[in-house]
Design a protein around this ligand. Structure first.
Ligand SMILES: [Zn+2]
Ligand SMILES: [Zn+2]
Length: 254
C-alpha cells in the first residue's frame, strides 16, 4: 500500500445514508455504516466483507473491481432529497416496525412479508404498511428504490409469482433475474447464527410473542421486544414460519 496511490474516491453522503465510491474514476457502488461496521455495496453483486472504517469498506470495492466485478447497471447519480432521509440515516430495526398498529398479528404479517421480500431480493426501506399500501423498498439486483405493493409481490390464489414480472422499470432483463436472485439467497440458513439471537424455533418464537403480548400495548418498551423478529437475519424464512406456528399455538390457547 505504501506508495501506491489511493484508487478510490468517496463521494458525499447521500440521502439514503450511503456514500458513493468511485474506483479508478468509474462509479463502483457505495458504502454504508450499520451496527458499527462499514459495508460495501455494488449493484447486482453480493459483496462479502465489512470493515471497521469507511476506507476499509471502499478497499473491498477496489478488490471486487480487480476481480472483474462491475455494477450491473449504471450507478445512479445523487438522488433528490426524500422525507425518508433521516429514518434511513439512523436506521436500525426500529425503522422496520410496521406502519400498522404494532399488534402481534400485524408484527407476524410484517415478518412474513419481509422474509418473502428477502427471498425475492427486495430490501424494505420502511416498515410494512399493509398489503394494499405502497411500500418503499430497494431492488437488490440493481439498487432501484421505489414503492411496490405487497399484495402484488406475494402473488395470489396460491400462485406465488410476484408482479410485475419485470420487477420495476429499468431493472435487469427478466431472463437474468433467477440467477441474480440466487446470489442473494445463497447465504440463507435455517438456524440463526447472528450475534443477537433471532427465534427460529416454535418454542423460542412463542416466548417472544408472549413477551410482546404481555408488554404494555404499543409502548416504546413493547417495541423493543420486536427487535428479534424484525431485524434482518439469514434465517428469516424459517423465523417467519416459526412465528406463524407460534401465533396459531397462542391463539389456540385462548
Ligand atoms: Zn431492479
Ligand atoms: Zn439471526
Amino acid at each position: 500500500m505504501q506508495n501506491e496511490q489511493q484508487r478510490y474516491v468517496l463521494g458525499a453522503r447521500e440521502d439514503n445514508g450511503r456514500y458513493p465510491v468511485t474506483v479508478d474514476g468509474t462509479p463502483a457502488g457505495s458504502i454504508y455504516r450499520r451496527h458499527g461496521s462499514w459495508f460495501p455495496v455494488m449493484p447486482g453483486h453480493r459483496i462479502q466483507g465489512r470493515s471497521t472504517t469507511r476506507f476499509g469498506a471502499a478497499e473491498i470495492l477496489v478488490t471486487a473491481v480487480d476481480q472483474g466485478q462491475r455494477p450491473t447497471v449504471p450507478v445512479q447519480a445523487a438522488r433528490p432529497r426524500t422525507p425518508r432521509a433521516m429514518d434511513i440515516a439512523t436506521r436500525s430495526y426500529t425503522y422496520l416496525i410496521p406502519d400498522l398498529r404494532p399488534t402481534v398479528p400485524n408484527l407476524v404479517r410484517a415478518v412474513e412479508a419481509m422474509a418473502r421480500l428477502a427471498e425475492l431480493a427486495w430490501q424494505p426501506l420502511a416498515g410494512y404498511p399493509g398489503a394494499d399500501q405502497p411500500w418503499m423498498m430497494q431492488c437488490q439486483l440493481c439498487g432501484w428504490e421505489g414503492r411496490r405493493f405487497w399484495s402484488h409481490l406475494r402473488g395470489r390464489n396460491g400462485d406465488r409469482t410476484p408482479r410485475p414480472i419485470t420487477r420495476h422499470p429499468g431493472c435487469l432483463p427478466v431472463a437474468d433475474h433467477a440467477e441474480q436472485i440466487a446470489k442473494f439467497t445463497a447465504e440463507f440458513t435455517v438456524t440463526c447464527e447472528c450475534e443477537f439471537k433471532h427465534p427460529t424455533t416454535v418454542s423460542k418464537a412463542t416466548d417472544v410473542l408472549s413477551s410482546l403480548q404481555n408488554a404494555a400495548k404499543g409502548s416504546p418498551l413493547a417495541l423493543l421486544y420486536a427487535r428479534p423478529i424484525l431485524e434482518p437475519c439469514p434465517a428469516s424464512s424459517k423465523r417467519a414460519l416459526a412465528l406463524r406456528c407460534a401465533l396459531n399455538y397462542l391463539n389456540a390457547q385462548k
